[in-house]
Write a new protein. Structure first.
Length: 383
C-alpha cells in the first residue's frame, strides 16, 4: 500500500461562504518561520516512520498557490531527503486561478510540483460572484490554459446544483469543461455545511434559488453520463478521470493507506507497533507555528484506532470508489459476508453488489451512500 504526505497551508485571500475547511485570512506571513516549521515537522514525522517509501505529496489548503515558491521548494526538498521515493512521485498542489497564482505556476513546477488542482468552481461570472469567488471566467480559462502547458496533470474543480442553476445550464457548462481537455474533473454538488456563511443564510431563509432535491439528483446522473461518454468515467463519487489520470494521493485515503499529515489541522494515519493511529495537528495557524517552535511538535496527542473506528473508516472511504471495497484487504473487515444481514438486504434491494470479497455500490446506491453505509454499520458480523 502506498504512503503519502499531506501538507496543509491554512491561508486564503478571502473566506468563501460555502467553505468549512480550516482556512484563514492573514495580512502578513513570515516565509522563513513557515519554512523552518514545515521542515522540522517533516523530519520529526519521518523519524517515526523512516522506512516508508513516499509515493505522493499533496499540498492543500486554504490556497496553497498563495505560498511563496520558496516554501513549496523547501517542503519538497525536505520530504524527498528524509524518505525514499517511488520512481513516479506525484506532487499535487491546489491552486486558485487568480493572476498572482498563475504567475507562480512555473516556479512551483521547477520546485517539483507535477499535478495541479484548480479551484475553478464555475465558468459563469454571476455564479462565481454568488459563490464568493474573487476570479472571473476569463481568469479561470487562462489559468487552465497556462496550467496545461506547465504541469503534467491538471484537475479542474467545479461545483454544481448551485443557486439559480438549471439542468440545461449545468449541461452546457460541463460540456465546456470537458472540452477544455484536462485529464481529471472533480465535480461536487453544493452542500450547505454547518458553520459556514451559506449555512447561516440558509437557516435565515436568505439562500434563494437552490435546486430541488430531484433536480440535484438529475444533475448528478447527467454528470455521470456526460463524463462517461467523454472518456472521463467516475472512479469515486465526485471524481472523474481519463485512464491513469486518477489522483494517486486521494486514492491512498480511499483505499485505507498510510499518510502523514503536517500543518495546521492536518490529519494523518500511521502505524505504531502494528496498530493504526490517527494524528491531528493544532488547527489555529499561529498556535500551530508557536507549538512547533517552542514544544517541538504541532500535533495533538495521537489516537490509537480501535476496531470499530477502523471498520467505520473502511466503509466510509472504500465505498466511495466505483471499484468498491475489497474486504479481504482490510483486516478490520475480515468477516463472513454471507452473515452480514444489512449487506445482503441491500444487495437484494439493488443498492449494493458483491463479487467475492468485493462490495460496491450500484448507481442507486451511490445516490444514497450515507444511508447505505449507516445501515452496514448497524450489524457487522463478528469475525
Amino acid at each position: 500500500m502506498a504512503f503519502g504526505l499531506y501538507i496543509h497551508w491554512p491561508y486564503c485571500q478571502s473566506k468563501c461562504p460555502y467553505c468549512d475547511f480550516n482556512s484563514h485570512v492573514a495580512t502578513a506571513i513570515s516565509t522563513e518561520r513557515w519554512i523552518a516549521a514545515y521542515r522540522h515537522e517533516i523530519r520529526r514525522v519521518a523519524d517515526s516512520c523512516p522506512d516508508e517509501i513516499l509515493s505522493t505529496i499533496f499540498i492543500g489548503g486554504g490556497t496553497p498557490s498563495l505560498m511563496d515558491p520558496r516554501i513549496v521548494d523547501a517542503i519538497i526538498s525536505e520530504a524527498t531527503s528524509v524518505w525514499r521515493t517511488t520512481n513516479q512521485l506525484e506532487i499535487s498542489m491546489e491552486a486558485n486561478p487568480g493572476s498572482v497564482e498563475i504567475d507562480r505556476f512555473r516556479a512551483y513546477s521547477l520546485a517539483g510540483v507535477n499535478r495541479v488542482s484548480l479551484g475553478i468552481q464555475s465558468l459563469n461570472d454571476e455564479h462565481l460572484r454568488l459563490l464568493g469567488r474573487l476570479h472571473g471566467r476569463t481568469e479561470a480559462l487562462k489559468a487552465i490554459d497556462v496550467a496545461q502547458n506547465v504541469f503534467a496533470r491538471v484537475n479542474v474543480d467545479l461545483i454544481y446544483a448551485r443557486q439559480h442553476q438549471t439542468i440545461d445550464a449545468w449541461s452546457g457548462e460541463l460540456a465546456e469543461a470537458i472540452a477544455l481537455g484536462t485529464g481529471h474533473l472533480s465535480l461536487y454538488q453544493l452542500t450547505i455545511e454547518d458553520g459556514t456563511v451559506f449555512s447561516k443564510r440558509h437557516q435565515a431563509g436568505l439562500l434563494h434559488g437552490l435546486p430541488r432535491e430531484d433536480t440535484a439528483v438529475d444533475m448528478f446522473e447527467l454528470t455521470q453520463s456526460m463524463c462517461e461518454a467523454a472518456g472521463l468515467p467516475a472512479y469515486e463519487v465526485s471524481n472523474h478521470a481519463r485512464p491513469d489520470q486518477e489522483c494517486r494521493h486521494n486514492l491512498i485515503y480511499w483505499q485505507g493507506g498510510r499518510y502523514a499529515g503536517i500543518g495546521p489541522g492536518a490529519h494523518g494515519r500511521l502505524y505504531q507497533d502494528g496498530i493504526r493511529r490517527a494524528t491531528e495537528a493544532i488547527r489555529d495557524p499561529s498556535a500551530w507555528l508557536t507549538a512547533v517552535e517552542t514544544k517541538g511538535t504541532g500535533d495533538l496527542p495521537d489516537i490509537l484506532l480501535n476496531s470499530e473506528d477502523e471498520v467505520s473508516e473502511a466503509l466510509l472511504m472504500g465505498l466511495r470508489l466505483t471499484t468498491g471495497l475489497d474486504t479481504s484487504q482490510r483486516r478490520s473487515l475480515q468477516v463472513d459476508l454471507d452473515c452480514w444481514t444489512s449487506l445482503n438486504q441491500m444487495i437484494d434491494e439493488g443498492y449494493l453488489v458483491r463479487y467475492g470479497t468485493v462490495i460496491r455500490t450500484t448507481a442507486p446506491g451511490r445516490l444514497l451512500l450515507n444511508s447505505v453505509i449507516g445501515r452496514l454499520l448497524q450489524d457487522i458480523p463478528q469475525p
